[in-house]
Design a protein around this ligand. Structure first.
Ligand code: NAD
Length: 498
């Protein structure tokens, strides 16, 4: 019998094992000898229990005044703030990114909680004048019911918070299925809500794998909306399943984010942004900079400066002082990185830096890879078109702003993009013409703030947004209300009523 900590699902206010008794191990990607904990390997029956609990709890939760719901979110955020260091440590152990980044992940959850707590006192509707006297009309938001939330491993607390907090403030109840690689951070998040006093059944967490736990959640007829963040391939499958039931669905999926560097850019500024954008979170951000589209007149200087800077990145266990880049999340993700390095070489791109797995000393126990740069990349190469989700960046030379924007838009994704230039006209043209959900000027493709809408075009999304007040549209429906206080005297005047 192992002495590793055992975690349970949280269903209807109780911590319970999977009905089948099945479990799986969660290990540290920086050192696979380190077992984080044992988690339920749940199935459709556990999802059914959680959905039933959420459905039952919805009856009362939807009637709790929204400012009161906001108080719960506020308390949860305070608890997260008190536990920030512990939860960041747990996250680095289970996900691998360095402590500075996991602190940022927890902080995003805190910020989202405070932001959405405030929405409890707004949740604005719309009033409009009537065509008739003595008639009042307005539109209000109403909740949908049980929300099914499915999340990836790269932001294992922030992304659940982007979904759970707005769902709750609107008056819904939730069942979350966290990524199989990072359940602990989502459990920690739910624990904060439990300690803040969330009523039983309002928040439920069920861990397990995509096809066996995620898919039953998508297919459950009592789940009214699915919010999914993950790969485009799985997202499209989820969307198809939702369509069969006419179910609401919000999708946030892959990216292939470009950074344009014009010939008038401040290269010192570019350097910091490019290295952080490409190699932060080991390139495993949906907004990671994976293409640097650089003006031909500065591309050689830029390439050698980025190479020199990236060479100094300290790769290792994110819990250790001074580390700047952690491991890939698992063996499968690392082999995707290795596969694309091979593809890039075969396609004829120039390997400027890295390209190898790191196995020296303790690194041999984790999934580490060198920061990798390809130069002289052509726009249609696979390494310039497909999401790699690892520490690999492609530098693509171009001759003009027009060409740069054309190359930037010429991928199946559209999450984030950026341009470095000192020319205000270039900046405004890029802001107008880059077809992505987010555009940065003189900053890398990462760094979104939670109170602006977050999401992407094309293969990245389905038109929905997380963050901002726009996220409320995922978790509520509009209801229009007409009040006639004329005593019916004017009915005869209505000649165009629908
Ligand atoms: P993934 O698609 O493999 O898994 C995401 C989630 O879906 C996991 O919880 C998984 O268990 C679940 N899942 C898998 N198969 C399922 C099925 N058949 N039915 C229901 N659920 C299923 O993605 P990942 O590897 O965890 O995350 C990496 C991907 O996420 C990248 O493509 C990245 O770009 C994307 N991502 C996007 C955003 C964004 O906001 N656009 C943010 C973070 C990550």
């Amino acid at each position: 019998m192992s002495d590793h900590k055992v975690y349970y699902n949280y269903i209807g206010g109780e911590w319970v094992p999977a009905r089948s008794g099945k479990t799986y191990e969660n290990r540290n990607p920086a050192d696979t000898r380190d077992v984080i904990g044992i988690f339920p390997d749940s199935g459709a029956e556990d999802i059914a229990d959680a959905v039933a609990a959420a459905k039952e709890a919805y009856n009362a939760w939807r009637l709790v005044p929204a400012p009161k719901r906001g108080e719960l979110l506020y308390r949860a955020s305070q608890i997260l703030q008190e536990r920030k260091e512990q939860y960041a440590n747990d996250m680095t152990r289970e996900m691998g990114k360095v402590l500075a980044e996991t602190r940022g992940d927890v902080q995003e959850a805190i910020d989202m909680g405070y932001f959405m707590a405030g929405e409890g006192r707004r949740l604005y509707g719309v009033t409009t004048p009537s065509e008739l006297p003595n008639k009042f009309q307005m539109s209000v938001r109403q909740p949908l019911g049980v929300c099914g939330l499915i999340t990836p491993w790269n932001f294992p607390m922030a992304i659940p918070s982007w979904k759970i907090f707005p769902a709750l403030i609107c008056g819904n109840t939730v069942v979350i299925k966290p990524a199989e690689d990072t359940p602990l951070s989502t459990y920690n998040f739910v624990q904060a809500l439990v300690d803040a006093g969330v009523p039983k059944g309002v928040v439920n967490i069920v861990s397990g794998h995509g096809p066996t736990a995620g898919e039953p959640l998508v297919q459950h007829p009592d789940v009214k909306v699915i919010s999914f963040t993950g790969s485009t391939e799985v997202g499209r499958h989820v969307s198809t399943l939702c369509a069969q039931q006419g179910k609401h669905v919000s999708l946030e999926m892959g990216g292939k984010n470009p950074m344009i560097i014009m010939d008038d850019a401040d290269l010192d500024l570019v350097l910091a942004g490019a290295v952080w954008g490409a190699f932060g979170t080991t390139g495993q951000r949906c907004t990671a900079t994976s293409r640097i589209i650089a003006h031909r007149s500065i591309v050689d200087e830029l390439t050698s400066r980025i190479q020199a800077e990236a060479k100094t990145i300290q790769v290792g266990n994110g819990l250790l002082d001074g580390m700047q880049m952690g491991p890939s999340i698992n063996e499968g993700q690392l082999s995707v990185v290795e596969k694309y390095v091979k593809i890039g070489r075969e396609e004829g791109a120039e390997l400027v830096l890295g390209g190898e797995r790191l196995t020296d000393g303790d690194l041999s126990h984790g999934f580490f890879h060198q920061p990798t740069i390809f130069g002289n990349v052509k726009r249609n190469m696979r390494i310039a078109q497909e999401e790699i989700f690892g520490p690999v960046v492609s530098i693509i030379p171009v001759d003009s702003l027009e060409e740069a924007i054309d190359v930037a838009n010429d991928v199946p994704y559209g999450l984030s993009s950026s341009i470095y230039t000192r020319n205000v006209n270039n900046a405004f043209i890029a802001m107008r013409d880059l077809y992505t959900g987010i555009v940065y000027v003189n900053a890398p493709t990462i760094g979104a703030e939670i109170h602006l809408p977050f999401g992407g075009t094309k293969g990245t999304g389905n038109g929905k947004r997380e963050g901002g007040t726009q996220v409320l549209d995922t978790y509520s429906e509009w209801k229009s209300l007409y009040v006639d206080y004329s005593g019916g005297l004017q009915r005869a005047q209505i000649d165009n009523a629908e």
